[in-house]
Design a protein around this ligand. Structure first.
Ligand SMILES: [Zn+2]
Length: 137
């Protein structure tokens, strides 16, 4: 999964935003960007569904979640993701591509609205790290 491009991991988001700003031409309109985000969100969901219905590497066995535990920490163990199996390399490759495209347009959205994706990620990380399970996600 590694490539030979030398990227400073501390500025990966900033570099990504800069690269996106230099290559996005055809879909530069905010309308194109927001609808592309919708499109790739749908494609991610479709890829998960195809992993279940076409490939079969994973299955879904969903049921009501049990939120009756006394603490959030206990719920971490009792609440399920409803997935069985392990996603295969082929499906992983498809999903990774769709997620990558989604991130491309997320960076484009940030560029259009003068938002710093790196700062957003750091802020979210700090919130999660500070609040832990109390972030209630
Ligand atoms: Zn698969």
């Amino acid at each position: 999964m590694s490539n030979n491009i030398n990227i400073d991991k501390n500025s990966l988001c900033k570099d990504l935003q800069e690269q996106v700003s230099q290559v996005l031409i055809r879909h530069k309109s905010i309308l194109d960007i927001t609808t592309k985000l919708d499109e790739y969100n749908a494609r991610i969901n479709r890829a998960v569904a195809k992993s279940v219905t076409s490939c079969g590497c994973i299955s879904i066995n969903a049921s009501k979640q049990d939120f009756s535990n006394d603490s959030f920490e206990e719920m971490l163990d009792s609440v399920k993701n409803h997935l069985n199996g392990e996603i295969c390399n082929s499906c992983k490759e498809v999903l990774s591509g769709e997620i990558g495209s989604y991130i491309f347009y997320l960076a484009a959205l940030c560029n259009s609205l003068d938002l710093d994706l790196d700062e957003i990620l750091k802020s979210e990380y700090n919130t999660i790290k500070t609040l832990g399970v109390f972030s209630l996600k």
